[in-house]
Design a protein around this ligand. Structure first.
Ligand code: GLN
Ligand code: ZN
Length: 714
């Protein structure tokens, strides 16, 4: 007997209905009740669709108004006191409210989804509030669907909250939840434990045993599925297998079929990937399914499908040959259903003739650049910059007019020529503003880019972009990751025309502005027939051509952003050094093609750059700008003595607040205590795309003023 299920499903809505409902509620245009109604509509549509596709077992409580980890904090009563008085404590935690900062947000394992980090202290009192999962079970039942509620499990919840020592205290509410679900006659509950695929400390492994022995021994409870995903369970598998839980979820796409016989267990075998957009080879999937030794098998996805778009059928602009290879959430559900049928029938299915692509990565070695001091001297002579040079990270405010114009070009309502004139006017404006402010290294402002990755994907061979392939990044925010489906090549220069236009308008140096190879791949759906390293190297070669052309066109400063360098870091520590080595090599491959006098900048925008400082150093950029305004001292301590140019951001661009010149001066003075004056750059934390010109001009005016004051003291 085999059945079929998915570990979770997208919830933003096939046409981003949830995004719109959230944003209109936040803007006060609709009520909480309107929002609830939209949520109910989306859940009903999802269950209806899953049942319609023939899925055997449906999940519930995979819907969320913001984030499943935040929902779990609410479920356990872990709402910090200070939010309780807010009009809407849930969204106050997620987004902040007047005078209250939101809870921290960070990346969900190695995905591009971001979760809210619960705030659990020694005094946090856990009390069960099971309203949401119970309501969803009842709501589904009223529609004729029996469901398996999904909740983040205790070990993952506490590990992500940095509070594993509270395990004993949290298990009570989990037991009460099990009892409440049993009273509701729920057959199965799914406890998500992705943390179990990371390197577990002995304390975490003990916590796995303790938690599931105790929950398994609860007298009244549904059957428990402990769902792991994003990799192999390793030592957590025998630990779990020894507990009384009935079900174990395994990621058989990233992980492998375990040797261990799981007697007495139901294995939820994740053979359809929730992390990519490719069709599953049924022959290979069946071979894995038949290799699992367990009492019963439920064919499943490797993880929740929340990380892929809804439906390939919503795309009408893709090549038919590509469409034939694609599977989004809907198609993946159909695959799961079909595999369960084939498995039950004992059908013999041959493997696809999947051509394992030959990596067409040029092996041509690149000579390393000269040592930094040699380059620095050449650049100083060529660029003639003052000490403490001022610059920005690349983007200037993106006006509504620009976004509307881009939509107009796509809709055929605006001629390409007119759009390009508009982009040129934006560049003229950005350059004028920067000259008036007295900045030293200017940028063209990136007005031609919808997004720092999609823009390059649209101009490189081997990438496809979708019209509706939205994936939730956090809350109401979605991205449309490009799809890498073939060898990457640059058919023609991409940014050269805009950068040269900007340079033609000023005597000051303009920075050419590119996205790095790791970031382009990290924020796209990758191929499944080439190692990721090879794909990144292909992109690096394409970017290197752009770097060469920018230099030849007269740009003396070129920035290659790599904000996602840390994002592809493998979850297991043993795999991290090899990754960092090729990631850094790819960056150097993209940038080491210029003369000594051409200055290479890079930008990384997260506050814990200190964790991968060695890798950042390995990039060998002449100047690195990093976020620091929100992390302050820690990052400064970490970078003290850094040997090349460094620009720790002097103010936080995420807030509309304008920093005073005094405040910027103070920050700069702190930087100058740990770095020599001839290495320090003065810049904001990140790009200015989301700010207004009024904010930008006021803020940058104060930045330039602070730099001038300090120059006088050097
Ligand atoms: N150059 C980009 C910008 O300024 C960098 C964005 C980023 O770091 N995410 O917008
Ligand atoms: Zn940034």
């Amino acid at each position: 007997m085999s059945s079929s299920t998915v570990l979770g499903y997208p919830r933003i809505g096939p046409n981003r209905e949830l995004k719109r409902a959230l944003e209109s509620y936040w803007d006060g245009r609709t009520t909480r009740r309107d929002l609830e109604e939209e949520g109910a509509r989306l859940r009903a549509a999802t269950w209806g669709r899953l049942a319609g596709l023939g899925l055997g077992e449906l999940p519930s409580n995979t819907f969320s108004f913001y984030d499943q980890v935040l929902d779990t904090a609410v479920l356990l009563g872990a709402v910090p006191e200070r939010y309780l008085a807010a009009d809407d404590p849930y969204f106050a935690m997620a987004r902040g409210t007047d005078g209250l900062a939101p809870l921290r947000m960070t990346k969900w394992f190695d995905t591009n989804y971001h979760y809210i980090v619960p705030e659990i202290g020694p005094k946090t009192v856990f009390t069960l509030d099971a309203a949401k999962p119970l309501a969803e079970v009842r709501e589904a039942r009223a529609l004729g669907h029996e469901t398996r509620p999904v909740v983040v499990g205790p070990v993952t919840f506490l590990s992500l909250s940095g509070a594993l020592e509270r395990l004993e205290d949290v298990l009570g509410p989990y037991e009460e939840l099990l009892a409440a679900l049993a009273r509701e006659e729920v057959a199965w509950v799914q406890l998500d434990e992705p943390a179990l695929v990371t390197d577990l400390t002995p304390a975490q492994l003990d916590a796995v045993r303790a938690a599931y022995s105790r929950l398994g021994a609860a007298p009244d409870r549904p059957k428990i599925l402990v769902a792991s995903y994003f990799g192999d369970l390793g030592p957590a598998l025998p630990a779990l297998a020894a507990t009384p839980v009935e079900g174990i979820g395994l990621d058989l796409v990233r992980g492998s079929v375990p040797e261990l016989a799981l007697d007495g267990k139901t294995v939820f075998a994740g053979v359809v990937s929730g992390r990519d957009v490719w069709r599953t080879d049924p022959g290979r999937a069946l071979e894995k399914l038949r290799g699992v030794r367990a009492d019963r098998i439920v064919v499943s996805t490797s993880c929740s499908l929340q990380h892929v778009p809804y439906d390939v059928a919503a795309e009408d602009g893709l090549e038919p040959a590509l469409v034939a290879r694609l599977a989004f959430a809907e198609q993946k559900v159909a695959e799961v259903v079909e595999l369960a049928r084939l498995l039950a029938d004992g059908a013999a299915v041959p493997f696809d003739e999947a051509p394992v692509a030959a990596a067409s990565v040029s092996q041509e070695a690149r000579p390393a650049r000269s040592p930094y001091p040699v380059r620095a001297a050449a650049q100083a002579g060529h660029l003639n910059l003052p000490p403490l040079p001022t610059t920005t990270i690349g983007s200037f405010p993106q006006t509504g007019e620009l976004r509307a114009a881009r939509a107009g070009v796509v809709a055929g309502a605006l001629a390409e020529d007119d759009y390009e004139k508009l982009v040129e006017r934006e560049i003229e404006h950005a350059i004028q503003v920067q000259e008036d402010l007295g900045l030293d290294v200017l940028v063209h402002g990136e007005p031609e880019r919808n997004d720092m990755v999609q823009y390059f994907a649209e101009h490189l061979d081997g990438f496809a972009v979708t019209k509706n392939g939205w994936v939730q990044s956090y809350g109401s925010r979605c991205t449309r990751p490009p799809i890498i489906h073939g060898d990457v090549r640059r058919p023609a220069p991409i940014t050269v025309r805009w950068s040269t236009y900007a340079q033609s308008l000023t005597d000051r140096p303009v920075k050419g502005m590119l996205t790095g190879p790791v970031t382009i791949v990290a924020w796209s759906f990758d191929r499944d027939d080439l190692p990721q390293r090879d794909v990144v190297f292909q992109v690096a070669d394409a970017i290197a051509e752009e770097v060469r052309d920018l230099e030849a066109a007269g740009l003396s400063v070129i920035q290659v952003d790599e904000p996602a360098l840390r994002e592809l870091l493998p979850l297991r520590a043993a795999e991290q050094p090899a990754y960092l080595e090729w990631a850094v090599a790819a960056y150097r491959r993209a940038t080491s093609v210029v003369a000594d006098r051409t200055q290479i900048h890079t930008h990384l925008c997260y506050s814990d750059a200190d964790q991968i400082l060695a890798a950042i150093d390995g990039l060998d950029a002449d100047v690195t700008t990093i976020e620091s305004a929100r992390s302050g001292r820690r990052i400064l301590d970490a970078v003290s003595g850094y040997s090349r140019g460094l620009g720790p951001g002097v103010y936080d661009i995420h807030s509309p607040r304008v920093p005073s010149a005094d405040e910027v001066e103070e920050r700069l003075a702190a930087t100058l205590k740990v770095l020599p004056g001839d290495r320090v750059w003065v810049n904001p934390d990140c790009g200015l795309k989301t700010r207004t010109y009024a904010q930008v001009e006021a803020s940058l005016g104060n930045v330039v003023e602070a730099a001038r004051r300090l120059r006088a003291t050097l």
